[in-house]
Ligand binder design. Sequence first.
Ligand SMILES: NC(=O)c1ccc[n+]([C@@H]2O[C@H](COP(=O)([O-])OP(=O)(O)OC[C@H]3O[C@@H](n4cnc5c(N)ncnc54)[C@H](O)[C@@H]3O)[C@@H](O)[C@H]2O)c1
Ligand SMILES: CC(C)=CCC/C(C)=C/C=C/C(C)=C/C=C/C(C)=C/C=C/C=C(C)/C=C/C=C(C)/C=C/C=C(\C)CCC=C(C)C
Length: 597
Amino acid sequence: MNLGCYQTIQFPRSGKVRFLSSNPLKSSHLKGIQAGSVKFRNFQVSQRRKDVTMRLKSMLSVDSVVEMEGKEGVSTESKYDAIVIGSGIGGLVAATQLAVKGAKVLVCEKYVIPGGSSGYYQRDGYTFDVGSSVMFGFSDKGNLNLITQALSAVGREMEVIPDPTTVHFHLPNNLSVRVHREYSEFIEELTSKFPHEKEGILKFYGKCWKIFNALNSLQLKSLEEPIYLFGQFFQKPLECLTLAYYLPQNAGDIARKYVKDPQLLSFIDAECFIVSTVNALRTPMINAGMVLCDRHFGGINYPVGGVGGIAESLAEGLIDQGSEILYKANVTNIILDQGKAVGVRLSDGREFFAQTIISNATRWDTFGKLLKGENLPKEEENFQKIYVKAPSFLSIHMGVKADVLPPDTDCHHFVLEDDWTRLEESYGSIFLSIPTVLDSSLAPKGHHILHIFTTSSIEDWEGLPPKDYEAKKELIAKEIIGRLEKKLFPGLKSSIVFKEVGTPKTHRRFLARDIGTYGPMPRQIPKGLLGMPFNTTGISGLYCVGDSCFPGQGVIAVAFSGVMCAHRVAADIGLEKKSPILDTALLRLLAWLRTLA
Ligand SMILES: NC(=O)c1ccc[n+]([C@@H]2O[C@H](COP(=O)([O-])OP(=O)(O)OC[C@H]3O[C@@H](n4cnc5c(N)ncnc54)[C@H](O)[C@@H]3O)[C@@H](O)[C@H]2O)c1
Ligand SMILES: CC(C)=CCC/C(C)=C/C=C/C(C)=C/C=C/C(C)=C/C=C/C=C(C)/C=C/C=C(C)/C=C/C=C(\C)CCC=C(C)C
């Protein structure tokens, strides 16, 4: 819809409308439409206001247009406490947490809706999750339900549907394992496949619980903030020492202490691979402990209406707190003044300034593209020495006739048919998510969504003429669908009514991630999480958030990185307690520890 200089985007799920403007003085003034009313704020020119009000009423067929109390609009003179580059879950959690602490935040998002990899898109009556679909940290109990907590901090709550099975593994030698929500049922199923390893299974998963319980006992905030960190050590010494002990360790080494059966060790590799894209020997034990237990503690819960609703709710909550989000705002430069990050420049030339800049772009994008001509800080050199960009995905979003799925089909599947050695190869293993098993409203009646993805590198897709690129997409998609037809769903091909294939280039384009990467992957065997940087960077005033920060990939992991980042930034801008002397000592100690990784 076109309203003069305003462009509207309607979030189809909630029916809300966001107004965009190419004019910096007027962008972000209008907000939200719901149940027959339009709200907008800070409309500066009264004649124009009347005009737009009338046009809104007639064009949107609504009864009333409500003006909200105004704050300063976005302008080049605006001064914010923080500017967040990108509205992935990491960026949005950092922004909302800061906003509720009283900071004025501006989020600049390149795309037209929030969420990044946790966004959505709609076609032909289907609502597809772009990427993430297995939601950890979305329950109503404990301290690790970070998605629930992030939403509730801005007064939002989402209805969720419990997933009875986190994932159904279909593995070589016809090994089929369902990860039931109930821990005892999962252990019973796994030990029935490996009765001779019952003790080892209990011991390995028991260690995971030890870590999970330690994590769950802490109040999670920034590990880079000494007053909090020492406070936690004082209140929960055993739990903190447990975490410090496991911090440099990997799941594969711990598994090998208790388990000998090579096939069971490969199963544990697959368990780790689905959350880290590497095997257990390269997966940090703390992360393994977190995901292998949260799925039984709080369980995996899917938001009604799709994953995209999480980001939309956070973005709305952010605006309610008096902060702002600009869409189609592609940051091309982080502006430095005497070595300190002070602002951002967009591709259309607009500039915004703030006390602190938080980048939710990957560290490779932040330091490789947004900071032009700067020498790479030593910390980032160290990061790039330890971590490489994980490959991206080939993803197939499909609508199929419902009767192709047998009754009681699980929502999430992981398929590796014949050969364990193909686990980490491109196109070797297949992830499959069928969210309509839980929420049928995502597809037209009588249909299901199949979101299929498999690892793939951008090199496979570059330099191809458009016709060859399209043909290659079709060929590989056909092969992957054929494998699923053979293994899981006979008749799958003929049941397809909608199909769209994305490649690593699609991920790069829509998610603004270098090579479309899934996130950081250790180059070699890492020392657990020891080498993973937190949120501060070598550039004063510049922070990073998201999956190239501690503790890495995963929606709940980036939510934690958002919480940590907001706490550290809040301390630095005077909204939380801070001790400059202890800060210097702790930040030096952490930097030194990372060099040991
Ligand atoms: N399952 C999947 O396919 C998949 C793929 C990738 C990531 N993930 C998950 O997604 C999460 C990643 O979350 P995250 O918070 O790190 O980030 P994200 O990549 O999801 O979001 C980053 C956001 O920043 C925006 N952005 C990047 N550069 C920008 C710029 N220069 N200017 C303006 N906006 C810019 C992007 O458009 C995007 O919306 C992780 O949990 C990861 O596990 C899932
Ligand atoms: C500082 C120092 C040095 C020391 C001290 C000690 C301490 C205190 C420590 C502490 C620590 C902490 C707190 C930590 C924390 C951590 C955490 C929270 C973590 C988390 C993690 C998470 C994760 C990793 C997650 C992930 C997930 C994922 C990735 C997911 C994915 C999914 C997918 C891909 C899907 C699948 C599908 C199908 C199958 C279909």
